[in-house]
Design a protein around this ligand. Structure first.
Ligand code: ADP
Ligand code: MG
Length: 483
């Protein structure tokens, strides 16, 4: 929290929708193609071409609205936003102005201090993306790639409800999770699938009026958003402290040196000469259609988090972790051997399995371990036939190579089981005691904590084959014997 000023932030988030073709024509939206190869006369707005609406894109926008609890406009239409910029082949952008597809709604965020709040959404509307200006490939010229022009976007606009750079960070993380969860956007910020403009203003604590805002554009990573807000808050505070006036302007964030600079004074909606798009009729959304979309939506993260706690007895922390990604959540549900295995199974997935997947850059769906194998593995550990550390470090990596053998067979073949008999363990215990006679004396004088030392020694001597429970029993018996 800033000592003198309250920070007020509203975000405009652009998410590229996951469709194979553009918003108003059949050109491909594939990322990374040769420049200007996905540009039919429709994308370039040649005379005589007419746009037609991509149904899948509209459905994605509606899905997002439903997931955020927005109210859905039953009748909606497009508007032309007129401006000149080289990356805009039409000379205008087809967007929405009045009656956007979704109004209102909210996103629930949970901050690290445990406090949670709802960030209200103003609207979600559909619009087309512009092309790309490339400034860094030719020393004297700006190059243009129109492949991206016409790619479907939703713009998610928040109310000025965000109060810190950290809240903005959490909000965007939540948005990215949600768009991925419901499958409307791949959430890939490096490829520009999710971009954000941040509107920032300061006011004195307790002042009900909003201060003059600046809008920072060009934010293509969640970290950059946080950093840019921190920088702007400091800059605005200096201006206000000096008694000067903040100018409403649009600024750009430069990641290389973490600075922002003014690119233009703020334009008003009037400057864009919005008018209803004459080439596209208004569109209607029927109840029936909405019902079908609603029932095809997966259960949302918050619902799953609650279910994991109530149905499976998991802690809120574990439940949230499992719901960080839909793939992980789905994997848990489809591979959990039995309800009473939920806790150890969650530990496996969130611990060794997740590390391995991150390490190998893999995906949960590719994890080639069946439910039967999981059942066998969990039982091996819970019955004490193998230690968790040995199972996760040695057995699990071998299971990944998937030759179809059950973990218990692999463990037996590789000598990983703690299957030494009582006689063998007694032998190791005696060896351990003989090697540290002074510690035996100390133990017998009352330093009971030393048992851990002997346990470790037996583990070493047995190379992990001594079941710790049996070992402890025998150790206690022998250590206490002559005292
Ligand atoms: P535009 O930027 O297109 O003119 P709006 O005026 O509707 O659109 O505002 C866009 C965003 O700016 C919204 O997220 C809104 O919450 C936020 N916003 C508006 N006024 C302020 C303010 N004084 N301080 C911080 N954010 C603001
Ligand atoms: Mg704006």
């Amino acid at each position: 929290m800033h000592p003198r000023y309250e920070v007020v932030i509203g975000l405009e988030v652009h998410a590229q929708l996951r469709t194979s073709s553009k918003l108003f024509c059949g050109d491909s939206t594939r990322f990374g193609a040769e420049p200007n190869t996905q540009v039919s006369p429709l994308t370039l707005a040649h005379p005589g071409t007419l746009p037609y609406l991509n149904r899948e894109a509209l459905e994605h926008a509606l899905r997002m609205g439903l997931a955020c609890g927005s109210s859905i406009s039953r009748r909606s239409y497009f508007a032309r936003k007129n401006y000149f910029y080289p990356d805009l082949p039409k000379g205008y952008q087809i967007s929405q102005h009045h009656d956007p597809v979704c109004l209102g709604g909210s996103i629930h965020i949970q901050l690290s201090d445990g406090i949670s709040k709802d960030i209200r959404l103003t609207r979600i509307h559909l619009e087309e993306d512009a092309g790309k200006s490339i400034h860094d490939q030719d020393p004297s010229q700006t190059l243009l790639d129109y492949n991206r022009a016409g790619t479907p976007l939703i713009e998610i606009v928040t109310e000025p409800d965000i109060r810190s750079a950290e809240e903005a960070f959490v909000f965007l993380t939540e948005i990215r999770k949600l768009v991925r969860w419901i499958g409307v956007c791949d959430g890939n910020m490096e490829e520009g699938s999710l971009r954000c403009d941040a509107n920032i203003s300061l006011r004195l604590h307790g002042d009900p009026r909003l201060g003059t805002r600046v809008e920072v554009k060009n934010l293509n990573s969640i970290r950059h958003v946080r950093r840019a807000i921190e920088i702007e808050v400091e800059r605005l505070a200096v201006i206000l402290d000096a008694g000067a006036i903040v100018r409403q302007e649009t600024r750009s964030f430069q990641a290389s040196d973490e600075t922002t600079f003014a690119i233009r004074t703020k334009e008003d909606a009037d400057d864009y000469r919005y008018f209803p798009e004459p080439d596209l009729p208004p569109f209607h959304i029927t109840e029936d259609w909405l019902d079908r979309l609603m029932s095809s939506l997966p259960s949302l993260p918050e619902v799953m988090i609650a279910r994991f706690q109530h149905e499976y007895g998991l802690s809120e922390y574990d439940a949230r972790q499992l719901c960080e990604e839909k793939d992980l959540c789905d994997y848990f549900l489809s591979h959990l051997p039995a309800t009473d295995h939920a806790k150890p199974f969650a530990n496996w997935l969130l611990g060794p399995v997740r590390s391995l997947i991150n390490e190998r850059g893999g995906e949960w769906v590719l994890l080639n371990i069946s439910r039967d194998e999981w059942a066998d593995l969990l039982l091996l550990v819970s019955s004490g036939r193998i230690s968790f550390s040995s199972a996760s470090q040695h057995l699990f990596p071998r299971m990944m190579s998937a030759d179809g053998r059950l973990p218990s067979d692999i463990a037996a073949a590789e000598g990983l089981l703690q299957d030494a008999g009582g006689d063998e363990i007694e032998g190791w215990v005696e060896q351990a005691m003989q090697s540290m006679p002074d510690k035996v004396l100390e133990y017998r004088k009352g330093k009971k904590g030393l048992i851990g030392l002997f346990m470790g020694e037996v583990k070493k001597l047995s190379r992990g084959k001594a079941d710790p429970r049996k070992t402890q029993e025998i150790l206690q018996k022998k250590l206490n014997a002559a005292s």
